[in-house]
Ligand binder design. Structure first.
Ligand code: MG
Length: 380
C-alpha cells in the first residue's frame, strides 16, 4: 500500500463523553492520536491528513514534524463543526486514489483491519470495517433486534476518493448529515461493501475506557538492550557527553563529535530492537557524519524505532571517567537525550563513576560509557 491512499485521521471531535480531550491524553505514555498514526504507518500508508481542533492542533503539528519525512507526508486540515464537515474539508485536499477515513480515537486498529478496508475501496469502491455485535441488542425496551442482521460499523471506512467526494457533495446539497461515511456513500450509490473489523478496534469514548485501552496497549513484549563505547582522550578536541560540551583540557577523539555517552545509548536502543549497531547505521567512512552532533544520530534512531513500533520504556547509562567532575552536567545530558528521544526526562537516567585511577579510564587515556535500556514492543 502506498501513495495511492490518503488516510484521513479525524481528531477534531469535542470529546464530550470524556470531558477532556481524549486524543491528547497519554495512554501508556503516548497519545491516542500517535497510536492511530502508528497503526497506519504499520499498514504502510504514507499520505495523511489530520483534521484538527484547537485542542489537537499542537499535538498533530508535533507528530507531523516528528514522523514526516521525504516520502511520508502528514498534513493538517481544519476540522469542522460536525464530523461530516471535517471529513469534507479533508476530502477536498486528499489526492490518493482511495481515502481511508478513520476516527483517531480508534487508536488500536490492527494493520490487517486497515489493509482490508483499503483493499475493499480499491477493488469495490468501498471498504467499511464492521463487526457483528456480540451482545443482544434491544430497541428501547420494546424489541430485540435480529442479531444476524446487525453490523456495528467501525472505522476505517475507505472509499474510492472521487466517489465519496461526490457523495458528500450531493449530501451537503440535500442538507443531509450522517455520523458515518458509509451512510453517505450508501445514500449515493445504494450499496456499501463491508470488511472485517475487530474487537480491539474500539473507540476511546468514556473515562472508563482509559484503563481498558492501557491494558491492551501494555500487553506488549518488553525487550532489553545493552550498549558500550569507548573513545580516546586527546588534546585539541571538545569533550561532548550526552550532547553537552564540558570544559576540560582534553576531549574525545572520533569521526563524529565522539559523544561516547550518546553512542552507548544508541547501541543499547538498536540492540534492544535487534537492529544492528551504530557503525552499521552511521559508518565512520561516510563523510556525512564527520563532526556531526551525535544527538542527531540519536534522533534518527528514535525515528527508526518508532516506525518499527518500539517505544522506549527507560534507559540507564553510566559514564566511567576519572575527570572532569560530571555531576553538574548530568541533568543537562538527561534533558538532551530525552529531547532527542521525544520522551519524558524521567525515562532517562545518566550516572557517572570514577574508576579510582584504575585502568585506562583512570589514567585519562579514554572515557567509557555503558547503557542498558528497555523497549516496549507495540503489537497492534
Ligand atoms: Mg563511538
Amino acid at each position: 500500500m502506498s501513495g495511492g491512499v490518503t488516510a484521513i485521521l479525524l481528531a477534531a471531535g469535542s470529546s464530550r463523553r470524556m470531558g477532556f480531550d481524549k486524543l491528547t491524553l497519554p495512554l501508556a505514555g503516548r497519545t491516542a492520536l500517535e497510536y492511530a498514526l502508528l497503526a497506519f504507518l504499520r499498514a504502510d500508508v504514507t499520505d495523511f491528513l489530520i483534521a484538527v481542533s484547537d485542542a489537537t492542533r499542537p499535538l498533530a503539528q508535533s507528530l507531523a514534524e516528528r514522523y514526516g519525512k521525504p516520502g511520508l507526508r502528514i498534513r493538517l486540515v481544519e476540522g469542522g463543526a460536525a464530523r461530516g464537515d471535517s471529513v469534507y474539508n479533508a476530502l477536498l485536499l486528499a489526492e490518493g486514489e482511495a481515502v481511508a477515513i478513520h476516527d483517531a480515537a480508534r487508536c488500536l486498529a490492527e494493520p490487517s483491519v486497515i489493509l482490508d478496508s483499503i483493499a475493499g475501496a480499491l477493488a469495490r469502491g468501498s471498504g467499511v470495517a464492521a463487526l457483528p455485535p456480540r451482545d443482544t441488542i434491544w430497541q428501547s425496551e420494546t424489541a430485540v433486534l435480529e442479531r444476524d442482521t446487525l453490523l456495528a460499523a467501525q472505522t476505517p471506512q475507505s472509499f474510492d476518493r472521487s466517489r465519496i467526494l461526490a457523495a458528500y457533495e450531493a449530501a451537503r446539497q440535500a442538507g443531509v448529515c450522517a455520523t458515518d461515511d458509509a451512510a453517505i456513500y450508501r445514500r449515493a450509490y445504494g450499496e456499501v461493501h463491508f470488511t472485517p473489523g475487530s474487537p480491539r478496534n474500539q473507540k476511546l469514548t468514556t473515562p472508563a475506557d482509559i484503563a481498558l485501552f492501557e491494558a491492551l496497549l501494555t500487553r506488549r513484549a518488553c525487550r532489553s538492550g545493552f550498549g558500550e563505547d569507548t573513545h580516546r582522550l586527546v588534546q585539541g578536541r571538545a569533550l561532548v557527553l550526552g550532547g553537552t560540551e564540558i570544559p576540560f583540557e582534553l576531549g574525545l577523539l572520533g569521526h563524529s563529535d565522539a559523544d561516547v555517552l550518546t553512542h552507548a545509548v544508541i547501541d543499547a536502543l538498536l540492540g534492544a530492537a535487534a537492529l544492528g549497531d551504530i557503525g552499521i547505521h552511521f559508518p565512520d567512512s561516510d563523510p556525512r557524519y564527520k563532526g556531526i552532533c551525535s544527538l542527531e544520530l540519536l534522533s534518527a534512531v528514535n525515528g527508526l524505532l518508532r516506525e518499527k513500533g518500539y517505544l522506549l520504556c527507560n534507559l540507564d547509562a553510566t559514564i566511567v571517567a576519572q575527570r572532569p567532575k560530571l555531576a553538574p552536567h548530568i541533568l543537562a545530558m538527561r534533558q538532551n537525550l530525552a529531547r532527542a528521544l521525544c520522551c519524558d526526562v524521567a525515562r532517562v537516567s545518566v550516572k557517572a563513576t570514577t574508576p579510582e585511577g584504575c585502568g585506562p579510564e583512570g589514567e585519562l587515556v579514554c572515557i567509557t560509557a555503558r547503557c542498558v535500556c528497555s523497549l516496549e514492543e507495540y503489537e497492534p
